[in-house]
Design a binder for this molecule. Structure first.
Ligand code: CDP
Length: 223
């Protein structure tokens, strides 16, 4: 009888828009030599496909068809398109991601990555439901958050950095609307897993947040 291959560790990083979870996830993955997956990128790819076809994101059938047709190579290729990171695409992603069949169509890609990260050492996945639905047995779960005003301020800075004209009040209203939609989804709502470490970065620099997150993850990996 052959021994079962030991499972590689999964680090789940969830949290609301512009909480800094993506940056943290990338830095933690690079530090540990793990592979990183941005699960939001999959929902954004579905949303952008629907928008590019001239269909509104509320068209459930179009969203389901786009999700079922999305393969990992195509999703990866779409990430170099600047439109994937726009607020229009982000808002449309939060609409299509509320459709159960869209979530179901993207489940295997995420679970396969968690079980078989390409580098073979471990996976860091960020999103909204990684610690609750995709990898409930993740070795470390982080829920990264910050006050909506602070997240809106950070997002405004990012947009201005890209040369996009934006008004704080609009960015804040959009952020609150997305939080509301993400938290009230009938399936996979954005919620911290009961065993997640909640990291409120409202009064932390990016480096302080990274240090706190990494120390939590290292302790979890050592257990
Ligand atoms: O980068 P940002 O936090 O603004 O958004 P994102 O992580 O790229 O996700 C875009 C949208 O996809 C979110 O507002 C969620 O509605 C949805 N999403 C989800 O439902 N489940 C995930 N695991 C990741 C994203």
């Amino acid at each position: 009888m052959t021994a079962a291959t030991p499972r590689t560790p999964v680090i789940a990083i969830d949290g609301p828009a512009a909480s800094g979870k993506g940056t943290l996830a990338r830095r933690i993955a690079a530090t540990l030599g793990f592979d990183h997956m941005d699960s939001g990128a999959l929902y954004r790819a579905v949303a952008l496909t629907v928008l590019r076809n001239g269909t509104p994101p509320e068209d459930t059938a179009a969203a389901i068809a786009a999700a079922r047709a999305l393969d990992p190579a195509r999703a990866a290729a779409m990430q170099s398109d600047p439109a994937i990171r726009s607020d229009t695409t982000g808002t449309a992603a939060s609409v299509v991601s509320a459709v159960p069949e869209v979530r179901a169509a993207l489940l295997d890609a995420q679970r396969n990555f968690a079980a078989h990260p390409p580098g073979g050492r471990g996976a860091v996945i960020d999103g909204r439901d990684i610690g609750t639905v995709i990898s409930p047995d993740a070795v470390a779960k982080l829920f990264v958050t910050a006050d909506p005003e602070i997240r809106a301020r950070r997002r405004l800075g990012e947009l201005q950095g890209q040369g996009v004209a934006a008004i704080f009040d609009d960015v804040l209203a959009d952020m609150k609307e997305r939080d509301r939609r993400d938290s009230q989804k009938a399936i996979s709502p954005m919620v911290a897993a009961p065993d997640a470490f909640v990291l409120d970065t409202s009064r932390m620099s990016a480096d302080e947040a990274f240090a706190a997150a990494l120390s939590f993850v290292r302790r979890a990996l050592d257990r």
